[in-house]
Design a protein around this ligand. Sequence first.
Ligand SMILES: Nc1ncnc2c1ncn2[C@@H]1O[C@H](COP(=O)(O)O)[C@@H](O)[C@H]1OP(=O)(O)O
Ligand SMILES: [Mg+2]
Length: 336
Amino acid sequence: MMAANTVPLLPRLVSSSVAIANHAGKIIRDVLNKGDLQIVQKEHVKDLQTEADRAAQRCIIGSLTKHFPGLIIIGEEEESSGPVQLTEQSSVVPLKFTCPPHLAKLSQEQIVVWVDPLDGTSEFTEATAAAAHKCLMGNHDTGCGAHSTSLLDHVTVLIGIAVDGKTVAGIIHQPYFNYKNKEKELGRTIYGIIGSAGENDGVVGGLLVKPPPTGCVVATTRSHASSTVNDAVSSCDPTEVLRVGGAGHKVLLLLDGSAHAYVFASPGCKKWDTCAPQAVLEAAGGALTDIKGDHILYHRHVQHRNSEGVLATAPGQDHAAYIRKIPAHVKENLVK
Ligand SMILES: Nc1ncnc2c1ncn2[C@@H]1O[C@H](COP(=O)(O)O)[C@@H](O)[C@H]1OP(=O)(O)O
Ligand SMILES: [Mg+2]
């Protein structure tokens, strides 16, 4: 076995982040099980923060800082007071693949980590009604309140790693994956490094990448729709539209064979929403850009908002063809 300090920085960071994201997912479940989310409204009525967002972020930023002192980390939530549950230094997860050669000699100063401790907060808060009615027993849904608890699938923990402004690696943890099936392990973590060797399931850990069905299934927002969002979706001539929450969740739908494209022609999504999902998707051969087809950059001082929207396509799809379909008035409406 190689000594820890001979393993390049990037795989060490990804491996720790997988363990940290798992831990954050457990913290999220614990907060929901206690039933008191302590919801705070941020910029507007559909921009909420809960104690699960705060506690998960304290865990992620505290643990990353402990293991990688001086690392630049940008989290969605402002600093909050409260208990900080850290992961152990030894909590690392063996990765399924090796570091691409061009990323093997990074210095920490080149890296910015973008953290969304709980993506899909709107859906998470709606799911609490069922929890408050004691429908969640031992983290598993009993069937009561199925409508709102199904939204728990939309919740993810996102840790994205950017190098010199480009996303290179990402971790998407889904804390409630399998929550309807008591026989199976609760939660899953998907991770990828762009350019790692291997084919499909070899380049994305934690998920078997599948092609989408015939037709054109477009995933879009459930809680932040607008006429521009709807015009962009319609322009793709979808055979089916999935209105679901979370950027991480929608990218997982592109990877697990559920959808062809994720279309969000609105400025509400931020860099911490897209950094990790983009890396995981692109590691598998998909693409994520803004709605005009331009690359999204993740430098330390970049504006947080993805003001020109998001368009992502599953591996094997013609990304440029989707970009061409987006109407000019939608593109013109989204400016830096
Ligand atoms: N108008 C908005 N205000 C705040 N956050 C937004 C907005 N639109 C999108 N987001 C963020 O982008 C994610 C994907 O959007 P959507 O679910 O609407 O497709 C949301 O889960 C939310 O992240 P978060 O839940 O972490 O606040
Ligand atoms: Mg988010």
